[in-house]
Design a protein. Structure first.
Length: 530
């Protein structure tokens, strides 16, 4: 056993570090270059294993592909934890080796600064966790760490120091391919995607940075950053200890804190839902000064064979975590652009197998799983879908009121006075027995809902939902999404099946819909779009 490392302390933010006891497991330990090197922000269980699964040997290629999408830029692998019942130090050494190998794949093989990795070994039959650290390349030199601190206020620790950057990039890629050679479209699509990715680092690209929350006339003006200003070789860990005194006034060094709220106090609620969010827009500036006057030239290239047109519509949407005093230039070049590149590559890999069969509809969305203090990103395939309808609730784009046939949903009840009636879908009239607030799901309250015993389904109004929950709904032929207006996070999704739109996930609401991931059981009739 190696000697204890002096003045080293592992700071643990998750309340529960071992996700599943009494079973062999491998978990990744997540940290951030903007926090102290031995701070564990969250932990993820290894998803992809080589056969047999109990061997705890990761499929590193698949695992890296998964984590490139899942983990926000600004978080990275700092170690691993093995749950087992064998030699503790051997487990810790294997954990560090696995974490180092995965980290190299996530960095696309690029050489990075020497990093300290954490290796943790948990006894399968007890709650004991042993921590080791290593900075050597092969992980053979292990130092035991006995000083471990659990953070009392982990959300404040993360969000007092950091903020979120969000970037949305809609892309349409038209693909022409010969009818007698449909396989050519795959090569064309790969080449087109690579061209889009290369444009993100072009010197003519312009990035506009502005705050999401705008409260007064004192809000900072948007900042324009040009592709020629980007630094793609920057080491983010050098900004770990920045503070207010590190700020400069020029756009190159303007920190993210310039767009963060200045009014937060000790009584403020720190969480990912209340985090400062900075919006980044991408524009391609193709104009340039010329010494002579020129006119646009149109060239015509006739197709030699019969061709077909396929248009791939994508919407990349990335969230990144950044220190508040990280200069905006580095935030865009080291977080936003790599995030867009990884997401576009992930979408490309998902689309290619079914490019000419059934084009997948991919939508990124961000949410905080239970036990997490920061969001993760999932690319959702809208053409898949469970088709359960547990609550029998119909969501109507035309309805102006919430309607329910069930008196059991009402939290309070006011009987109708007089003969109040409404016209329903079959053009007949139905009596309104009463109205007030209902709670169809735990934590969700809908106000001024009408009790109409005659109707078959419970009918909720889209306009009232988006107004009351401060969200927007995005419809498409095969899906519908609810997005929080402030954070941009998806708080509900629905899938199309047999003429209806379903959302079939377990309800998970808190008192305020903005503090939890919204999941409902809605169905939407496709007739509402006719």
């Amino acid at each position: 056993m190696e000697e204890v490392v002096e003045q080293q302390c592992i700071r643990i933010l998750p309340h529960k570090l071992v996700l599943q006891k009494k079973e062999p497991a491998l978990q990744w330990l997540i940290g951030s270059p903007f926090l102290s090197p031995l701070t564990i922000v969250s932990t993820l269980r290894c998803i992809h294993h080589l056969s047999p699964p109990e061997s705890l040997s990761p499929d590193f290629t698949k695992e890296a592909e998964e984590l490139r999408t899942l983990l926000l830029k600004g978080f990275y692998i700092i170690g691993a934890l093995v749950v087992g019942n064998f030699n503790v130090q051997e487990h810790a050494s294997n954990a560090i080796d696995a974490a180092r190998r995965l980290s190299q794949l996530l960095s696309h093989g690029e050489k990075t600064e020497k990093q300290i990795f954490i290796g943790a070994a948990a006894d399968i039959n007890s709650t004991d966790i042993h921590f080791f650290v290593s900075q050597s390349e092969n992980g053979t030199s292990l130092d035991s760490v006995s000083s471990v601190m659990y953070e009392n206020n982990p959300e404040k620790y993360i969000w007092e120091r950091g903020c979120l950057l969000r970037c949305e990039l809609p892309i349409s890629i038209p693909l022409y391919f010969p009818l007698d050679s449909p396989s050519d479209v795959e090569k064309t699509y790969i080449h087109a995607t690579e061209s889009v990715i290369s444009k993100l680092r072009d010197s003519q690209v312009v990035y506009i940075v502005e705050p999401v929350y705008k409260n007064s006339t004192e809000d900072p003006c948007p900042v324009i950053l040009r592709g020629s200003q980007m630094d793609f070789q920057i080491n983010l860990s050098k900004f770990r200890h920045l503070d207010d005194g590190s700020q400069n006034v020029d756009d190159m060094s303007l920190p993210c804190a310039n767009f963060c709220l200045k009014s937060k106090t000790e009584s403020s609620t720190f969480s990912s839902q209340n985090a400062d969010i900075i919006h980044v827009s991408v524009l391609l500036n193709s104009s340039a000064k010329s010494q002579k006057s020129i006119a646009p030239v149109v060239k015509y290239f006739p197709a030699m064979d019969k061709t077909s047109l396929l248009v791939v519509d994508l919407k990349a949407e990335v969230l990144c975590y950044a220190a508040k005093f990280l200069p905006l230039t580095y935030a865009v070049s080291a977080l936003i652009i790599p995030g867009l590149v990884d997401q576009l590559n992930s979408m490309k890999n998902a689309i290619l197998p079914n490019l000419v069969k059934q084009l997948p509809q991919l939508v990124p969305y961000h949410f905080c799983p239970p036990g997490f203090f920061h969001p993760i990103t999932v690319i959702y395939e809208l053409t898949y879908g469970e088709t359960e309808m547990k609550q029998g609730i119909v969501l109507s784009a035309r309805a102006t009121d919430h309607l329910t046939s069930s008196s059991e949903l009402f939290m309070s009840y006011n009987p109708s006075v007089g003969n109040e009636r409404i016209c329903i879908a079959d053009r007949s009239f139905a009596s309104v027995a009463g109205k007030d607030h209902i709670s169809p799901f735990d934590g969700l309250i809908l106000h001024d809902t009408l009790h109409v015993p005659k109707i078959t389904y419970n009918l909720f109004s889209v306009s009232k939902i988006t107004k009351d929950l401060k969200c927007k709904e995005i419809f498409s032929p095969n899906s519908t999404l609810f997005q929080d207006l402030k954070s941009g996070m998806t708080i509900g999704t629905a899938r199309h099946d047999r003429g209806l739109y379903f959302l079939s996930e377990e309800a998970s609401f808190k008192d305020n819909h903005q503090t939890g991931f919204m999941s409902l059981n809605f169905s939407v009739s496709e007739n509402d779009f006719m």
